[in-house]
Each structure stands twice: as C-alpha cells, then as structure tokens.
Design a protein around this ligand. Structure first.
Ligand code: ADP
Length: 632
C-alpha cells in the first residue's frame, strides 16, 4: 500500500500539481502574450506602411532625376541652369523651388528677385549651398557618411567671395554671428588639413528624442552596439549631422537631404549629370503636395484589420497629416506602435492606434477566465480522482486485512468444536465414561458442536454462493411462526444447557409469507447464535414474532439479549462482510464476520430487512422484517 501510495504521489499527484502551478503562472502572462501578439501584428503593419512611404519617396526621387535629365537634354549644364527653377516646376509639380548651383558655390537659379519663395530659398540655403557654412542636416548615410569631401573640395572661399554672397542675398551678419561662422570655418579647415580618409568630416549629433512614444516597444528593439541592452524606445533612429553641402555630396551624383529651418521641415532632392559636372541641380519639395500623394497610401489598410486599428502618418510634431480612419481621435503622441520613416522625412512616423484599446484587456480577461476554469476543473478532477483512489485503496486494504482475519477466525472456529468433538468421542470410544448421564451429556456436547460446525460451514458456503450469485432460494408459502418456533425448539436445549433463560413469544395463528423456510431458519439461527455468543453475565435471550401493520403489513422476528450490545458507531458496519465489532483477541469471542451479512442478504432477497436497535435496559435487539405479501 505504502509503495502504491508513493508511486501515485511521485507519478501522478506531484506532476499534476506542478503542471497546475505552471498553468496558473502562465495565466498571469496571458495579457502580455496577447499584447505581444497584437503589437507584433501592428508593428508589421507600421513597418510595411513606412516602407511603402519610403518607396514612394524613392519613386519621387527617380521622377525628379528623370525630369532633370529631360531638361538637360544635350545642353551644356551651365545653359540648362538658367531659369531652371521655372522650367523644373513646369515639368515636376512636386518642386516648390528648383535650384542649380555651380562648383564655386554660386546659385545660378533661382533668382532671389523672381518670387518670394525663391528669395526665401536663397536666404535659407545661399550660404549652405555655397559651402560658406555647414548646417544641421539629415541625409541618407549611404550617400553622405564616409565620403571624403576633401578630395575634390575647392579651397575655402576667400573673404571677398563671402562678402559678395552676403551682399547679393542681403545676408549681412552681426559681428558675433560672423565670429561663429569664422570659428566653424576654422574648424572645418583644420579638419581638411588633417583630412585622411579614415576621418569623417561630418559631425554627427547625439540621437534626438522621438516625436512619439509608442506604448509597445518594437519587437527588434535591441542595441546594435550591445545586443544585450535593449534599445531606447524613446530615442530617434535618425540623427542629424553638421556638414557643408559639398561634404554631403561627396562623390555621389544624387541624394536627398532634409533640414529644419525655423522649425519647419525642408526636403531637398539633388543630382548632377556626372561626378565632375560643373553644376548641381536640385529641388526643394512642396511638402503639402507630397503629403497629399501619401494620403491614399496611408488610407489603404488590410480589410481584416481596418476595423481594429487606425494608421496615421505623423509629422515631426506628432501631428497627423494622413489617417486611415477619418474622424478618429487619439492621444497622437502615444500610439500603440510606430515606425520612423527615415532620413528623408526625419522624425516623421507611421503610427498605429488601437480603435478599442480596452478590447485587448477584455480578450485577455476572457481567455484567463476560460483557461482558469479549465485548470480549476482539471485540478478538481485530479483531486477527486486522487481521493477516490485513496479511498478505494483504503477499502481494498481493509478488505484484505478482514479476509486474513476471516481465514484465521474460521480456522479457529473450526478447530474449537473439532477439539471438543474429538475429545468427547475418544472418551466415549475408549469406554472411560461409564456413567450413563455423563455419557448423554457428552453426546449432547458432541451434537451441539457438530451443529455449530455445520452452521459455520453453511454460512461460509452460502456466503461464497451469494458472492458468485449462485444462491438459489426455494420460495413458497411459508409460516414464519412455525419456522421461528421450530428453530427455537431445536436451539433451546443447547441454550438451556449453557445456562440461558430462553423466552419464546409466538402468536397463536400462522403468519404466511412468500419465502424459503430453510434460508429464513438460517437467519434466525444466526441471530440466536450471536445472542448467545455476545451475552455476558445476564444470560437472557428472547425470541418474539409479531405481525405489524405500519407503514405496510409485515411480520417481525425479534431476537433480544442482555449482552454486550453493539459498540456505538458500528451499528451499520456490523452488516458488512468480515466486519467484527468485537475483536476475537480482545473479547475472546470467535466469529467469522459473516453471520449478519448473510442474514441481511437473505432478508433482502425476501424483500425484507434485518435491523439492529440497542435494547432498553442493556443488550441488543436484532429484528428480521418480512413483508407479508412480498415475493422476489
Ligand atoms: P461474527 O461471526 O463475528 O459474530 P456476525 O456477522 O454475526 O459475525 O456479527 C458481526 C458483528 O456484530 C460481531 O462481530 C459482533 O461484534 C456484532 N454482533 C452481532 N450480534 C451481536 C449481539 N447480539 N450483541 C452484540 N454484538 C453483536
């Protein structure tokens, strides 16, 4: 038993508990798991949309270059540079200002006097395009970083040229500003003098904060310098660099650059026919027209997700310039996930918002509840199963013990009468008892012990038959009064010989039932035998047969004694097989634990019952109740 219990605990109970614990632990992470899944999905949408925007920008860059090429034709670049602004705007509507600048840094187009936009452009970009000052710009690192501008760079412009610039574009500077520019130029010329190809002439700025802070970090948020440290979700991936226009161009023939002028984003495309071409052509983009083109692109969201999310294109101030769900409102700076577009539109982001953020929590709660219930039911099933197994094991153990006791009890019960029979028959056979009354008494003992043996063997055999379902009853109309009377008469001599006062109370008239007389007699004998066995000093036994009417007419055969009585709590157990309330060892009373089991089974086969009641004044009262008209 101990081994089975141990195996059960190690193989079933402990693993089940561990599994349940793990399941409960994983339940707590359900919301995180759902959020992660949702964020992966939304991040994929944001990344794809950002890529689409980048592709659209690249496409614009290609069309710009084609437009420039068509304007150039076979013409000399210096000729083509004349009135380039007007001509480009005609063929390429995205251009707000078209510009052409020669290698000396002179702006050939637009003329600052042509229109206000041109004048502003010259004021904003004159010095930068003329390589007179560096500016904080965002450019594609592939085109800018690592390109050494010193190789083809002209010498720093003389002071007179700078003065001419200032005069032409009305950019007279304060002495203070001049000294800052002078310092910058000094620094740049130092860099040029030191200039080896391993040194980057662009001065990269430290990363700036993002315009939005997504609620969910991007799934691939790892620091590339140290993959173990997660990347700061709040830092922008695009970084500005301080550079002159010529440095930015390096040896490339085309590129983009973005710059914030008066906190307003300007995007410039530029290209030159060849690396050594004397003129660089470019355009400042009309952002409003660019955004108008991107609106349809942003509005296209997969139908399955369209009801769940809103995709928005946010500018550098986190203001939505294009949204997929018109009328949708949210805290624009706190999207669910977001992806930066890149250097061409620095600090612009494609952001994804959940239409119903609480839905995620609700789904997680529902999932948690369902899984919790399933786990609860499983744990309960394991618990109930364990309890049933333990109870069954206990029952089996008790039964096994009772069977062992039964074998030893029956052996003992067989041995005791056999010893008496053998002893008295030997005495009589050897003729050692000459006295006739003594001889009769010895013969009486032999008869009684034989009857006891017969009873015991009958009980054991009957029990075996009942267990196998082979017990057959001979039902017939039988008189309970005469069955009880005959049994009492046959038992009386034995009882009286043992010093019992036996009182028999029988009705005058017969009481008929449908039953097996032998089986019913066996019940009465078993009850009388128990009354005899469990009687102590007061040797009084009574047998009563009484007809009863309530609730239905039945007959009651009662066997009463003044003996030990059944200990409290054992009143029902005494009817179980092999159960003995009075242990052989402590009470010294032999028994098999089968008498009452058989009595009850026979009574039930007759539609009746055997019940126990403590007798008033001490002792026991066992009643066999049989329905008067009942049959099997
Ligand atoms: P046994 O062979 O042990 O008598 P039974 O099935 O006849 O087996 O009885 C079961 C148990 O019921 C007995 O062991 C005894 O403890 C209790 N019992 C039966 N009859 C009486 C009685 N008349 N007085 C007290 N206890 C009794």
């Amino acid at each position: 038993m101990k081994k089975v219990a141990l195996v059960y605990i190690v193989a079933v109970f402990v693993p089940s508990l561990v599994l349940a614990w793990l399941a409960v632990r994983s339940l707590r992470d359900q919301q995180l798991v759902l959020e992660r899944q949702q964020s992966l999905l939304c991040q994929a949408v944001a990344d794809a949309k950002a890529r689409e925007v980048q592709e659209a920008l690249a496409e614009h860059e290609r069309t710009f270059k084609m437009s420039v090429n068509s304007l150039l034709g076979k013409r000399n670049p210096l000729d083509a540079a004349r009135a380039f602004d007007e001509r480009l705007r005609k063929v390429w509507p995205l251009a707000e200002v078209g510009f052409a600048v020669d290698l000396k840094g002179e702006i050939l187009s637009p003329s600052p006097y042509s229109r206000p936009e041109a004048k502003k452009f010259c004021a904003d970009y004159g010095r930068f395009l003329g390589n007179l000052e560096s500016a904080e710009v965002y450019s594609n690192p592939k085109q800018a970083l690592g390109n050494v501008a010193t190789v083809n760079a002209p010498p720093p412009p003389p002071q007179e040229q700078q003065a001419e610039f200032d005069r032409r574009y009305g950019l007279s500077k304060t002495p203070q500003a001049r000294s800052v520019v002078a310092q910058q130029q000094q620094l740049q010329s130092q860099q040029r003098q030191q200039g080896s190809s391993s040194q980057n002439p662009l001065v990269s700025k430290t990363p700036q904060p993002r315009s939005v802070i997504p609620l969910q970090p991007p799934p691939q948020a790892v620091n590339f310098q140290n993959p173990l440290v997660p990347e700061d979700n709040q830092a922008s991936k695009v970084a500005a660099a301080e550079a002159e226009f010529r440095q930015l161009m390096g040896e490339d023939t085309e590129g983009t650059l973005a710059r914030f002028v008066d906190n307003k984003l300007n995007v410039l495309f530029w290209c030159r026919p060849a690396r050594d071409a004397p003129v660089v052509f470019g355009a400042q983009l009309a952002l409003s027209r660019l955004v108008a083109g991107l609106r349809t692109l942003v509005a296209q969201v997969e139908p399955a997700l369209a009801g769940e999310i809103c995709v928005a294109l946010l500018d550098d101030t986190a203001r939505p310039v294009a949204v997929s769900r018109p009328g949708f409102g949210a805290s624009w700076k706190r999207p669910f996930v977001a992806t930066e577009i890149g250097e061409t539109l620095p600090h612009w982001e494609v952001a994804v918002y959940l239409v119903d953020p609480a839905k995620l929590t609700r789904s997680a709660q529902a999932l948690r509840l369902t899984l919790g219930l399933v786990i609860g039911v499983l744990v309960l099933a394991i618990g109930v199963g364990s309890w049933l197994i333990v109870a069954d094991l206990n029952r089996q153990l008790t039964l096994a013990r009772q069977k062992t006791d039964f074998v030893s009890n029956v052996s003992h019960e067989l041995k005791t009468p056999l010893t008496s029979i053998r002893m008295f028959s030997e005495l009589l056979a050897e003729g050692r008892v000459a006295d006739p009354p003594k001889q009769r008494s010895y013969l009486g003992i032999i008869t009684a012990e034989t009857a006891r043996l017969t009873r015991l063997i009958n009980n054991v055999l009957d029990f075996a038959r009942l267990e196998r379902g082979e017990k057959n009853y001979q039902f017939q109309k039988c008189d309970v009064v005469s069955v009880a009377g005959e049994t009492a008469a046959s038992y009386r001599p034995h009882l009286e010989a043992s010093g019992f006062q036996f009182e028999c109370e029988l009705p005058e008239t017969p009481i008929l039932v449908n039953g097996d007389p032998d089986a019913l007699a066996q019940v009465v004998v078993n009850l009388l035998s128990n009354a005899e066995k469990y009687s102590d000093r007061r040797k009084e036994i009574a047998l009563r047969v009484r007809p009863q009417t309530r609730p239905l007419p039945y007959v009651e055969v009662q066997v009463l004694d003044r003996g030990l009585g059944v200990p409290k709590g054992c009143e029902q157990k005494i009817f179980e097989q092999f159960y003995r309330a009075h242990d052989s060892l402590s009470s010294g009373i032999q028994g098999s634990g089968l008498g009452l089991t058989l009595a009850r089974q026979i009574a039930r086969a007759h539609g009746g019952e055997v019940v126990y009641e403590p007798r008033a004044g001490g002792g026991s009262c066992f009643s066999l109740r049989l329905p008067l008209r009942a049959g099997p």
